[in-house]
Design a protein around this ligand. Structure first.
Ligand SMILES: C[S@@+](CC[C@H](N)C(=O)[O-])C[C@H]1O[C@@H](n2cnc3c(N)ncnc32)[C@H](O)[C@@H]1O
Length: 227
């Protein structure tokens, strides 16, 4: 069975508490990762940027602040996330659209940069999504991906495991009032491709200059590449 409908329902349910929960569970670090993502997008000028799986629109908004002349699109399949984004960012010049990352409703080669935060863990076939992103990027365009990544088995591993398996679901219950959504975050992180494997999928999708950087004790990775 496809993950899509369950994921969409889950994000619809937590949309109102999503940003607060992010701030708390990342100790406020999530903002810096988003700034890093936008920095990797380079100078956009008057070009088009797509922030896919935009959620409440924080990466899209950061792109707009850093590139005031750029035309920024935020796309997501959760209507409640999009409603939140449109309400919170009504003053920003961002076009929000409903779409499924597996089948992008855009012509080939239109975007100069495409970003996505915490998307790939939630789809059935990361490679298919990466190929779609490759298709809609212009030649030389940049892809930037922010996601959780399975932690390495080092000295910190037992502490990280407790944080992921116990603390995050508990915070999810207290703050987002949805323990299962945040237990899913932990499960999908542990099951996700490690950062090296994910970099390999970017190359397989056609990207060059692929690299990544880890944050937060190796539990977050930003990958990037070029078409
Ligand atoms: C964890 S949130 C991330 C939101 C935002 N990118 C951020 O950095 O905070 C994941 C988002 O991906 C969206 N999403 C998951 N699968 C998707 C798909 N197949 N197509 C479009 N959006 C999807 C969800 O609706 C949700 O808003």
């Amino acid at each position: 069975m496809s993950k899509g409908p369950g994921v969409e329902k889950m994000f619809d349910a937590i949309a109102d508490r999503y940003d607060l929960m992010n701030r708390v569970m990342t100790f406020g670090q999530d903002r810096h990762w988003r700034e890093f993502v936008v920095g990797r997008g380079g100078k956009i000028g008057h070009g088009w940027v797509l922030d896919l799986a935009c959620g409440t629109g924080e990466i899209a908004a950061q792109f707009q602040r850093s590139n005031p002349e750029a035309r920024v699109v935020g796309a997501d399949f959760s209507r409640n996330m999009l409603a939140r984004a449109s309400a919170d960012l009504s003053a920003a010049d961002i076009r929000f659209q409903a779409c499924d990352a597996n089948q992008l409703p855009y012509r080939d080669g239109v975007f100069q940069a495409v970003s996505f935060g915490y998307l790939l863990r939630n789809v059935d076939d990361s490679l298919n999504v990466l190929r779609e992103v490759f298709r809609v990027l212009s030649t030389g365009g940049r892809v930037i991906c922010l996601d959780t990544t399975p932690p390495a088995r080092n000295l910190l591993y037992p502490f990280i495991r407790i944080y992921l398996a116990v603390v995050i679901p508990l915070l999810g219950r207290l703050i987002a009032r949805d323990q299962s959504a945040y237990a899913y975050l932990t499960g999908s992180t542990m099951d996700f491709h490690d950062a090296e494997t994910l970099a390999g999928l970017f190359r397989e999708a056609g990207f060059s200059e692929v690299s990544f950087k880890k944050f937060m004790f190796g539990t977050i990775a930003v990958h990037w590449g070029r078409k």
